[in-house]
Design a protein around this ligand. Structure first.
Ligand code: G6P
Length: 613
């Protein structure tokens, strides 16, 4: 998730675009860059690290030019280096662009462009677009404008993108393109802005136009024009926004956590993009290609992780054992090396970590590495320590997670483990039919998540109703035991009430002793292979006067007989059901804590990334 800014107007562009990308730093940063057209040439500067590093580099520079673009990068493809930082350019350094998103078919396009003589200087997916525009322009330079060339280029790319583009040969023009990545125009007085969100331009204007997917905007010093990809002109008046910069960063949500909960349909789409082979009933995980044979030879998998990532790993255990027939052990990273694990030939260790910096997870993987075991990763932050120290792995591609309580990282990790299951299962005994069934269900998940999110108001009402209670028991079974534990973790970490996750079958061996009318239980009671057992457990709780909230499968009419309150989720395959059932639990925890006035994004005593043991 990168930040983009563009400026065209009367003032010097550089200070304005710097200021803009600093406001977008919350979107993640590992490197930054800017390009400005002035005096017939393009000035470009990039630096690895925080935006302030780049700013310090340019402290004494007085760069003329009132048209410019800037970018703060949060790597998805290619390691963090200056050459991978944006802006990117074509062979002749005429066309410069910044990009937020992922070009899915960049590999094919890049190979073809190289074949036609184009020279690439970065490992990014973005650079192909500069070369595609160059190619379109060079085919008919006399009559073809930058705008036409951009249109021809975007027709060839698949994926998500927000672009800001300039061309030295048309120095009084800036182009913005949007497809599934946020992009706004700021409309000032004789000056115009492009940005990933309004926080980048609020100092200069409050008149904002939200671009829609499939739209191109051409900005000049005299005005702007918006059209769709088919070149149909679109008239859209600016909206006047009265948000503060911080509110704009949160996209209108009260907290980053809520924003991240609502980002999950796109997060899941990004995690599966280009990786799911529905027709073949398989998954293609490019990051694991180098270790394919070692994965075929794998006899046992150890998953090591902390917190929410550990619970995602526990879901993976059920998936991989049921569908790929691989014995899996899931360990808390903080315990792993102290229990002196005994490794055998064919053992593989998988570290799961959103940040890629958690000290215990890192220590566990180093321990395994030292013993000669193959260590792989599922990590969100590209180029993080765990990503670098694992031999191979899969990135989550979900953008930065800012709320301390992990939400979109959890569902994405479970999603990627489902892709691992397809990959490893098909290497072993999984039939094409089973693979296809799983792949088809995976494809539906983003829309099913959207359906669940539509019920947020009713979850909020339930969270209000239960707000006075100080203790909660979360119960689930099989695939949804880890989901229950994650639901309890979410509630306790952000609202500080006592919440315990427990196997529904294990409840009668202790936790049930706590139950009375002041101790509600939250059940994950889906119509799956353990439904009847879980219904019996609900009855056992009801018999002791405990209030019950159930997360149930849509269409389950019976459940209302047993539970006091029900939140429905759509039906999916049992192995994928935690990815849906987690959503109501995240929303419940969020609204519960918000109702109590807790600092949801920064809960007391907790850190987003725990880099000490
Ligand atoms: C901290 C965070 C959790 C997270 C855990 C593991 O405790 O508060 O939300 O699940 O670390 O973090 P990682 O970055 O390794 O996934």
């Amino acid at each position: 998730m990168c930040g983009i800014v563009g400026y065209i107007g009367k003032q010097k562009a550089l200070p304005i675009i710097f200021d803009g990308i600093k406001a977008l730093e919350y979107r993640g940063y590992d490197s930054a860059g800017a390009a400005v057209i002035g005096d017939g040439s393009v000035f470009c500067k990039k630096a690895v690290g925080k935006i302030s590093v780049l700013e310090a580099d340019l402290a004494d520079a007085d760069i003329p030019g009132s048209v410019g673009i800037a970018h703060s990068r949060w790597a998805t493809h290619g390691v963090v280096t200056e050459s991978n930082a944006h802006p990117h350019h074509d062979c002749e350094k005429n066309i410069w662009l910044v990009h937020n998103g992922i070009i899915e078919n960049y590999k094919e396009l890049k190979n073809a462009l190289i074949g036609r003589g184009h020279k690439f200087v970065s490992e990014t997916d973005t650079e192909v677009v500069a070369h595609l525009i160059e190619e379109s322009r060079s085919q008919n330079l006399e009559s073809r404008s930058l705008e036409d060339s951009v249109r021809l280029a975007v027709a060839q790319i698949k994926g998500t993108y927000g672009f800001a583009i300039l061309d030295k040969r048309e120095p009084e023009k800036l182009i913005a393109v949007r497809n599934f990545s946020p992009l706004i125009l700021g409309i000032g007085d004789g000056e115009y802005f492009i940005a990933s969100d309004a926080s980048a331009v609020l100092k200069h204007t409050r008149n904002i136009i939200y671009l829609n997917d499939g739209e191109i905007a051409v900005l000049t010093k005299g005005g702007y024009k918006i059209s769709d990809f088919g070149n149909k002109i679109i008239e859209r008046a600016p909206s006047v926004i009265d948000w503060t910069a911080e509110e704009a960063q949160k996209g209108g949500y009260q907290h980053f956590m809520l924003k991240e909960i609502f980002e999950q349909p796109e997060a899941i789409e990004n995690s599966i993009r280009g990786r799911l082979l529905v027709e073949e009933g398989a998954a293609r995980l490019g990051g694991l290609a180098e270790v394919e044979q070692k994965l075929r030879d794998m006899k046992r998998l150890f998953i090591v992780a902390c917190g929410t990532a550990y619970l995602a790993g526990r879901i993976g255990e059920y998936m991989l054992e049921e569908y790929a027939g691989i014995p899996v052990e899931v360990d808390l990273a903080s315990e792993f090396r102290y229990r002196k694990p005994v490794f055998k030939e064919g053992d593989v260790v998988l570290a799961i970590s959103q940040s890629g910096e958690t000290a215990d997870t890192l220590a566990a993987l180093r321990e395994a590495k030292q013993k000669g075991v193959l260590v792989l990763g599922i990590v969100n932050v590209v180029g993080s320590t765990i990503a670098r120290e694992t031999e191979a792995g899969v990135y989550q591609h979900i953008g930065p997670e800012i709320g301390v309580a992990s939400t979109k990282a959890f569902t994405s990790q479970a999603m990627i483990l489902a892709l691992w299951t397809l990959l490893l299962g098909r290497q072993r005994n999984m039939s094409v039919e089973t693979g296809k069934e799983i792949a088809e269900e995976i494809q539906k998940l983003p829309d099913l998540i959207r359906q669940i999110l539509k019920q947020s108001e009713s979850v909020k009402a339930i969270a209000k109703k239960y707000n006075r209670y100080e203790n909660f028991l979360y119960l689930g079974r099989k695939y949804n035991l880890p989901t229950a534990m994650e639901g309890a973790l979410k509630l306790k970490e952000i609202s500080y009430v006592h919440a315990e996750g427990c196997g529904a079958g294990e409840m009668k061996h202790g936790p049930i002793a706590m139950i009375d009318e002041n101790f509600p239980s939250v059940f994950i009671a889906l119509k799956d292979s353990v439904y009847e057992k879980v219904i019996s457990n609900i009855q056992e709780i009801k018999a002791r006067g405990g209030p019950v909230i159930a997360v149930a499968t849509e269409g389950d009419k019976e459940i209302r007989e047993y539970a006091d309150d029900v939140i429905f989720v759509p039906k999916t395959l049992e192995m994928l059901s935690p990815i849906l059932a987690a959503l109501p639990l995240q929303l419940f925890a969020y609204y519960f804590a918000a109702e109590r006035g807790c600092d949801v994004d920064k809960p007391r005593n907790l850190a987003k990334s725990v880099t000490v043991e």
